[in-house]
Write a protein that binds this ligand. Structure first.
Ligand code: HEM
Length: 504
């Protein structure tokens, strides 16, 4: 028989052995394959995770100066390749588009969407079917319809009227912009807009965007490396999972509501199209259409569309108040092109090169999705002489592309004129890729461009934007998968129609 002391000692030995075994396993995982790109030395077990705690995109750009445009990072046993600068991003995403079109099977994504849905789906049948269905629905119920511009303009009207209720007093524009932007996607997904006082929908968006922030927390990186920390009762990953469950249940209930009274083969919106497709493919065991994937794809479309476009517009408002001269010049252009008492329309876009240049510079300078969405290799490949095995996580540093000195003069300076030629016409720039490139490039680019133009031009047509007296805005971005401004107050004072026309 063992004494209590002996039993404790034996248990202690077992625990030590287990810990030793886990450490050896982890160190083995941390070994790089032969021919893999070099990278900064990491710590045992956690690798380079701690270096990513603040401004990972900036850290990665700096590391590329030491290790080259393609280098590796150790995300706690997950070997990742980082692509920096336009040339190598294009080489991989465009010249080897098939190879770089996968998403990594990280424990977080496995738990959240089982690698199904659309945005996080593995590069295979599920992704192809969902991407095709979403693209065609966006066309059918969105920009393919002649009346869709009018529907966005109608949403603009609700948005401007809601701003008007503040009567020039300071307010944080975040919630109104979020509501207005998400309503444009809602028209396609549900065939309806949600009222700005629909607190349930707003709460859903809030906790969903909290997850976009939490997804890059150190806890979540640790969870990806050591999924067993999921059993701990605390940690930011726990909050993320709680939020995800709540969002899932909410989406399930609204999908049920919006599919009521549906007539098969007469779809009114994305949900109806999806349910038709599910029924048609019932007997095909390989088909990916399911209630679960419907919920995942709807959630992804809502958040991918809302979090990004909203943050671009929030940066745009902040920069206009920061640079009143630029604001004045945009307003002058609007007043010259658009008749007073009528909202700007998409046909007028080509006659507003300066406004286009300002929006493009905001997208370049602010980098709302600085690291894109993680990619993975679908097969083994070679890039610039380095071997990259199948299933390697690939990070596209879009921030480094937009600050690539080879393509941008003084990239740290906010300078909309870089998008204009000497006669003031708008010019496209090759290294401008806020929507990424290749097979997985943003599905909502066309919609986002419409929304940004219509909301931004309507806002500046009606209001003069300025900070409340004495307010100093914080230009540092709040970190997450997206870069957003910290909340700030703004005053929106009604302009007289054609105000700058009177001055010119
Ligand atoms: C200014 C606004 C937007 C920006 C800057 C933006 C940017 C991006 C970026 C960088 C990616 C990653 C592409 C990659 O993996 O390489 C992406 C993917 C995606 N975006 Fe957007 N996006 C915007 C608006 C939208 C909108 C309005 C929607 C839809 C309503 C949308 C839907 C998607 C989807 C579904 C994907 C995943 C595509 C796939 O995996 O096949 N985005 N977006």
């Amino acid at each position: 028989m063992w004494t209590v002391g002996q039993a404790c000692a034996a248990l202690g030995c077992c625990a030590l052995l287990l810990l030793f075994f886990i450490m050896v396993l982890q160190l083995l995982k941390q070994r790089h394959p032969k021919g893999f790109p070099p990278g900064p030395t990491g710590l045992p077990l956690v690798g380079n995770i701690l270096a990513l705690a603040s401004e990972p995109h900036v850290y990665m750009k700096k590391q590329s100066k030491i290790h080259g445009q393609i280098f590796s990072l150790d995300l706690g046993g997950i070997s990742a390749v980082v692509l920096n600068g336009y040339d190598v991003v294009k080489e991989c995403l465009v010249h080897q588009s098939d190879v770089f079109a996968d998403r990594p099977s990280l424990p977080l994504f496995e738990k959240m969407t089982k690698m199904g849905g659309l945005l996080n789906a593995k590069y295979g049948r599920c992704w192809t079917e969902h991407r095709r269905l979403a693209t065609s629905s966006f066309r059918t119920f969105g920009y393919g319809q002649k009346s869709f511009d009018d529907k966005i303009s109608e949403e603009c009207m609700f948005f401007l009227d809601a701003i008007d209720t503040y009567k020039g007093k300071p307010f944080d524009p975040k919630h109104l912009i979020t509501n207005a932007v998400s309503n444009v996607s809602n028209l396609i997904l549900f065939g309806e807009r949600f009222r700005y006082d629909d607190t349930d929908f707003q709460h859903m968006i809030e906790i969903f965007s909290e997850n976009v922030e939490l997804a890059t927390s150190a806890w979540v990186f640790l969870y990806n490396s050591f999924p067993m920390i999921g059993i701990l009762p605390f940690g930011k990953h726990k909050q993320l999972f709680r939020n995800a469950d709540e969002v899932y249940n909410f989406l399930l209930s609204i999908i049920k509501r919006f599919s009521e009274n549906r007539t098969p083969h007469f779809p009114r919106h994305y949900i109806d199209v999806y349910l038709d497709e599910m029924e048609q493919n019932k007997s095909d065991p390989g088909a990916s259409f399911s209630t679960e994937n419907l919920i995942f794809s709807v959630g992804e479309l809502i958040i991918a569309g809302t979090e990004t476009t909203t943050n671009v517009l929030r940066w745009a408002v902040l920069f206009m108040a920061l640079y009143p001269n630029i604001q004045g010049q945009v307003q002058k252009e609007i007043d010259l092109v658009v008749e007073p008492n009528r909202q700007p329309s998409l046909e007028e876009k080509s006659r507003m090169p300066y406004l286009e240049a300002v929006l493009h510079e905001i997208l370049r300078f602010c980098n709302v999705v600085p690291l894109g969405i993680f990619h993975a290799t679908s097969k083994e490949t070679v890039v610039r002489g380095y071997s990259i095995p199948k299933d390697t996580t690939v990070i596209t540093n879009l921030y480094s592309v937009h600050y690539d000195e080879k393509y941008w003069h003084d990239p740290d300076i906010f300078y909309p004129e870089r998008f204009l030629n000497s006669s003031g016409q708008f010019v496209k720039k090759e290294a401008f890729i806020p929507f990424s490139l290749g097979r997985r490039h943003c599905l909502g680019e066309q919609l986002a461009r419409m929304e940004m133009f219509l909301f931004f031009s309507a806002l500046l047509q009606r209001f003069h934007l300025h900070f409340p007296h004495g307010a100093v805005p914080n230009l540092k971005p709040k970190l997450g998968m997206t870069l957003q401004p910290y909340p700030y107050p703004i005053c929106a004072e009604r302009r007289q129609s054609g105000q700058s026309r009177a001055h010119c």
